[in-house]
Design a protein around this ligand. Structure first.
Ligand code: F6R
Length: 250
């Protein structure tokens, strides 16, 4: 795992965006696995800026998103489809038909999840998977549990995830209790993984991911088994790494 510890959120975002831009420039028709949430917002801002400056083009890029809340319409301002449209897709030249986000309103979740995995397989898996991480170590919405779930699946969100995401909704009761999430199989099938994390509240999850035992109790820890992971964090999120003996580049 290559670890960059940047001074703040903006520097983290710029570094992460540069990793993604490099992928697109070297492979214009790459498949990007994308994440939502506070962590990648700044990364998307840089990608939009560079696209507007004609330094980058998403014209041939295909994307698959990690997850979507169950029960939210794509037009709901807290749905992950809405997030992707407003933070990235509406501002770059990606073709709408080349973007996929799980359908939170599907009438047949099992078939939808199986179809999502089949689509990812048909693309030859993802070239670069962008991940955030939950305070509890979740990646995508693969919450801590007794085992890693390989396939795309419906997940009951952990209470701590509902607490964390309540900041985006009027009340905690409005936060959906379930989501559809890509499984660990598709994430680990990616050729490269880019994990971004910022803030002191992520420090334990990052420590567990990099140095902890590989365990479904901290889903991010599975990334220790992936051959090509870049972690870009800010100083607060990475604050426990050096003391634990992790080799940090920046
Ligand atoms: C979002 C996702 C989640 C988030 C995680 C961190 O698509 O897959 O794993 O990355 O919950 O969220 P933020 O960045 O808002 O702290």
């Amino acid at each position: 795992m290559r670890i960059y510890c940047e001074k703040d959120y903006d520097a983290m975002s710029r570094r992460a965006a540069a990793v993604i831009a490099s992928e697109i420039i070297h492979r214009p028709d790459c498949v990007l696995g994308l994440a939502t949430g506070s962590s990648p917002e700044g990364t998307y801002r840089y990608l939009v800026e560079w696209t507007k400056q004609n330094l980058l083009s998403f014209r041939q890029v295909r994307s698959v998103n990690l997850d979507e809340y169950k029960g939210l319409e794509p037009t709901h301002d807290q749905s992950y489809r809405y997030f992707m449209q407003s933070h990235l897709f509406d501002h770059v030249d990606i073709l709408p038909e080349n973007t996929r986000v799980p359908d939170g309103l599907t009438a047949d979740p099992a078939a939808h999840c199986a179809g999502y995995d089949a689509y990812i397989r048909s693309l030859g898996y993802v070239d670069l998977q962008l991940l955030g991480i939950g305070r509890n170590g979740h990646i995508g919405f693969n919450e801590p549990g007794d085992c890693f779930v390989k396939e795309t699946h419906v997940v009951d969100l952990a209470e701590s995830t509902i607490d964390a995401n309540a900041r985006f909704f009027a009340t905690r009761d409005d936060v959906p209790k379930q989501a559809i999430s890509m499984g660990i199989g598709a994430i680990m099938g990616a050729k490269k993984v880019l994990l971004v994390a910022s803030g002191a509240e992520k420090a334990d999850a990052i420590l567990g991911t990099v140095c902890g035992p590989i365990s479904p109790r901290c889903p991010g820890s599975i990334l220790q088994l992936h051959p090509n992971v870049v972690l870009v964090c800010d100083e607060a999120a990475g604050s426990k790494l050096k003391a634990a003996g992790a080799a940090v580049c920046g």
